[in-house]
Write a protein that binds this ligand. Structure first.
Ligand code: B1M
Length: 235
């Protein structure tokens, strides 16, 4: 960090400059600065959702692009991810504290072989904020972990996340196992992650592919309502 950066007082920056500085701080993996920035924006009446999407996800997109282009490497990206998690930790209770009634329960996890969890965590937070109960299985989940949790938790929704082209096919293994066990129709299956698309979601037999966390919430609400209507019609 340069001497000039040392002199920057985040609270004295206007919103636009503060967000730009937060992009730099996220890029540099400066967790404390990110936490300060989040608190300052919240103090300026930014909604938690706006802070999350504009300041944190915006910054992470730059990190992602430079990782892709070989400008950043794994250790730097880990530092950025750690800084992002610091910010998300502050926002989580605020996103959840909406007082929304419980609308359904989701078991979510990143698939076997994959340790990316930022997007999944974001989906969990947004789902909780929208009134869903979320059981987060973490990363690197084999099929048995999903199935045990679905049964034990009496969940309505299975959410799976994958960020690697090498791990996304594992989602089909999970769905095929649900079919083999005669359990597929008991759950709404939603999938997401940067390398996926609508076509892939359909091909593996998921109910829907969710482009981002906001779409995951809307899709989950839609499918839960649809399921309730079907149950009411057949009663
Ligand atoms: Co990794 N990584 N990484 N990485 N990493 C990617 C995914 C990559 C695209 C970067 C790149 O080259 N260009 C690339 C994958 C290439 C490919 O498969 N085609 C890649 C690679 C190659 C790797 C390693 C193999 C690198 C190596 O070791 N040589 C390695 C793999 C380790 C493993 O998993 N076995 C690896 C490791 C890592 C870190 C550990 C350093 C770190 C992860 C830290 C962590 O998650 N705790 C990391 C990171 C941070 C990334 C990038 C830069 C950012 C991912 C991220 O957090 N995005 C990523 C580049 C990129 O995506 N552009 C990259 C922000 C997040 C908010 O977005 O996760 O897309 P995203 O989630 C979104 C949506 O996709 C959707 O909603 C979310 C919120 O809006 N969504 C869902 C996601 N899951 C959902 C589930 C749902 C619904 C919606 O269920 C209902």
């Amino acid at each position: 960090m340069s001497d000039q950066d040392d002199d920057i007082i985040l609270a004295e920056l206007n919103d636009e400059d503060l967000v730009a500085q937060m992009f730099d701080d996220l890029y540099d993996g400066l967790k404390e600065e990110i936490e300060d920035g989040v608190n300052i924006l919240l103090g300026r009446d930014w909604t938690p959702y706006r802070v999350l999407t504009e300041a944190l996800v915006g910054g992470m997109t730059i990190v992602g692009n430079d990782f892709r282009d070989g400008i950043l490497f794994v250790p730097e990206v880990l530092m950025a991810a750690n800084a992002m998690k610091g910010g998300m930790k502050i926002l989580k209770p605020l996103l959840i504290a909406t007082g929304a009634p419980r609308v359904g329960k989701m078991v979510i996890g990143t698939v076997k072989g994959d340790i990316h969890d930022i997007g999944k965590n974001l989906v969990s937070m947004m789902m909780e904020g929208a009134g869903f109960e979320v059981v987060d299985l973490g990363i690197n989940n084999a099929v048995d972990a999903y199935i045990e949790a679905l049964i034990e938790e009496e969940a309505d929704i299975l959410g799976m996340s994958a960020l690697l082209t090498t791990t996304m096919p594992y989602m089909k293994v999970v769905i095929d196992t649900l079919i083999e066990k005669g359990m597929r129709d008991d759950y709404i299956v939603l999938v997401g992650g940067a390398p996926l698309n609508e076509e892939f979601g359909k091909a593996i037999g998921a109910d829907a592919y969710c482009r981002d966390a906001a779409v995951a919430v809307e899709t989950a609400k839609e499918w839960v309502a649809r399921k309730h209507n079907q149950m009411a019609a057949s009663a």
